[in-house]
Design a protein around this ligand. Sequence first.
Ligand SMILES: Cc1cc2nc3c(=O)[nH]c(=O)nc-3n(C[C@H](O)[C@H](O)[C@H](O)COP(=O)(O)OP(=O)(O)OC[C@H]3O[C@@H](n4cnc5c(N)ncnc54)[C@H](O)[C@@H]3O)c2cc1C
Length: 384
Amino acid sequence: MSQYDIIIIGAGALGSATAYHAARQGLRVLLLEQFEFDHGRGSSHGASRIIRYAYNREIYVQMAALAFAGWRNFEQESGQKLMHPTGGLDFGPRGEPHFEAMLTALTAQQIPFELMSADEGMKRFPQFRFDDDFAVLYQADASVLEASKCVLTHLNIAETYGAALVQNAAVTYLNATPSSVTVVANGVTYSADRLIVTAGAWANQVLAHLNLQLPLQPVRCQENYYDFGHPKAFEVGNFPVFIAHLLSEYGYMYMPYGLPSVNGSGVKLSLHGGPPYDPETADRTPDTQLIETMLAFAARYFSKPAIRHINSRLCLYTMTPDEDFIIDRHPEFSNVIIGACCSGHAFKFSHLIGDFLTKMATDQTLDFNLDAFKLSRFDTSEYR
Ligand SMILES: Cc1cc2nc3c(=O)[nH]c(=O)nc-3n(C[C@H](O)[C@H](O)[C@H](O)COP(=O)(O)OP(=O)(O)OC[C@H]3O[C@@H](n4cnc5c(N)ncnc54)[C@H](O)[C@@H]3O)c2cc1C
């Protein structure tokens, strides 16, 4: 008999949420993490992540509705405050196609928003300075999730439901049959009926054991925290999350974004993207040029410049070519489920995706169509 019903590899946002959902269903769950829990070398550590409806694709707006509800329920169950409403802005030159697509998607999904001129936007949010030709979208539900706290709370509650959580346990060998999996970590062999791979940027190292490679590219990202001298005006609840649609200045792959200060962290400013990155070998020293780039952004688009750079830390995105996730079964082993390639925007959905992955692993019916995240949209023969 298998020791576990489900083994999960990787305890980032996705793996920790999956462990919670699976254990809550009464399954025998083992979660293996190669580093310590909430380490900073993957994608899920840190003070804050954005959760928002403002997407240019309806599927993500629909998922956001489920995600908001899921986090609220989880806050109630865990007794922890994880999500802080603060409102969200998207701004940029009027007519920019991604911005327009966002208005269309929000309207189609009946999500309320306000569309303002640059002047109206600056009156409402005096921390910003917008160009005359900017459109400013405000969506009131946008919130900040306390990232590390979300991961740790999922782990804590999973454990109370009986999940076995093992850190510093890198999976070094893996074998699967259609009805069982064998996994070796730290010289210990574990077996289960099902496997869920939530290994982030390392997914291909894990899946190589099962003759599968995903079309993924880890990229280097950097969170930069700044002090603007008026802590209250920039604290969560008083300052919105924002995305600047400044394609001609920064390009689509490097859109500037920002989050309010959370528990005194300072305002987070960054670019949505970065150069290719190898999490095993790369230098983790923050890029001083990027710190300056974000200071220059603030000098141009904030009403007052930052008075101080507080700190920066590296993080990584694991991108697919189309920036959509991979949530699917292994093509050969249907008892192996993959949740990966989060493309820099899955934290908000992690509680929800954990539920999807658990239901897939236990052959339950999903009431959400995940075809957009299937592996078959890529020519996987290229990646084998
Ligand atoms: C700077 C930054 C800002 C972001 N902002 C947002 C945002 O505002 N909103 C949003 O929704 N998303 C955001 N994201 C994206 C989001 O954080 C990620 O999509 C999400 O955290 C990915 O989680 P994951 O579990 O897939 O990956 P990870 O967190 O990397 O977890 C994978 C885990 O698997 C473990 N692992 C790998 N191989 C093995 C092995 N062989 N054995 C055992 N364990 C293994 C790794 O150590 C790691 O802990 C941001 C990401 C970054 C980096």
